[in-house]
Design a protein around this ligand. Sequence first.
Ligand code: FAD
Length: 353
Amino acid sequence: MNKVIVVGGGLAGMVLAFRLHEADIPFTLINNPALSSSSRVAAGLWNPLVFKRTTKSWMADELIPELHRFYSACETKTGKTFLSRRISIKPFTEEQEKLLWSRKVARELSAFADQEVYSGVPSGFECCKFTNGYGKITESGNLYIKQFIDAGAHFFQDRLLVEDFDFTQVDARENKLSYKGVPARAIVFCEGHFVKHNPYFSWIPLKPVKGELLHIEAPDLKFKDGVYNKNGFILDVKKNVFIVGSTYNWTDLDDAPGEQGRAELTDKLKHMISCNYSVLSHLAGVRPSSVDRRPIMGVHPKHNTLYVFNGLGAKGVMLAPYFAQKFVNFLNQKHPLPGDVDVARFYKFYAEK
Ligand SMILES: Cc1cc2nc3c(=O)[nH]c(=O)nc-3n(C[C@H](O)[C@H](O)[C@H](O)COP(=O)(O)OP(=O)(O)OC[C@H]3O[C@@H](n4cnc5c(N)ncnc54)[C@H](O)[C@@H]3O)c2cc1C
């Protein structure tokens, strides 16, 4: 059987590779690691909440159980661990915030959060700032995305080509598809924000967002397997080492860490902790967000062998497993894609090109 070619070995491409493997569909994965990848930078947090509005994250009820099933199965396959559960701590400043929290955790967030509103400071968080109590999210955590991708690259080493995809070698006339003269079943582009250079899909309306993070050393911060969320986050990665994030910049879209990002993160830290720290590293990436904040997947309007799987935005860890399954069902069995993620909602941009 002709192979599916997956272009891009970030989170999107790698999750899709595991889904194709589960479905017994032969594939080749092409990735150029010299290009930047937001997956290699991201903290990988998953969380059922939109903190700013204290509302449930889109489709959290469906996405979170699938996330556990999928990444756990990948851990078993690869013999590596990359998924971690954490308690997320949300400090309150105003009384109003607490009231809203109490109402929400009793109803729509009941499956994900502790019902209690706590006073004081949780153990291990003594040098984090608390002024008016806190709430706890019990169903959250993070995926060490880089480890997941590295484990996947090793697991699929005989199907991985480490090179740049060469668009001049695509022949997608009629129903016959080939790449470098070799017949292929389909090409699925999972290039993150680099899709803007893709001659077939550059019209899809991504709204990329640059993000920056700091890795810090802070021996007085003592929490373990936790996340502190206050207009930014701190999560522990190993003894004394923490990730602090993150920034959102829609205008400066290069992927290099900058002074402005560093200043913003330093300011966030000032409001979050009262202990000393030193910066170990400063990282940046570009999130492939879409104009309507939903993933973008499906088939090209003119070439029925060319596909896209993109638009994972700031929530790739949660979105990718569930929607990669939907995508594989679409590719393999022509199951329709949910309308709010189907690239067909943007075909008018192709027509206008
Ligand atoms: C600072 C920051 C913090 C984040 N925090 C979180 C978080 O806590 N939780 C969360 O869920 N998400 C987070 N994200 C978002 C997350 O990183 C993305 O949702 C996800 O990683 C996107 O994956 P992707 O595979 O679509 O894109 P990418 O990771 O950018 O991967 C694209 C891949 O395609 C390859 N590629 C592109 N063009 C070609 C070509 N022509 N030939 C060969 N290869 C090609 C690139 O080399 C790259 O490997 C964060 C992002 C940033 C920047």
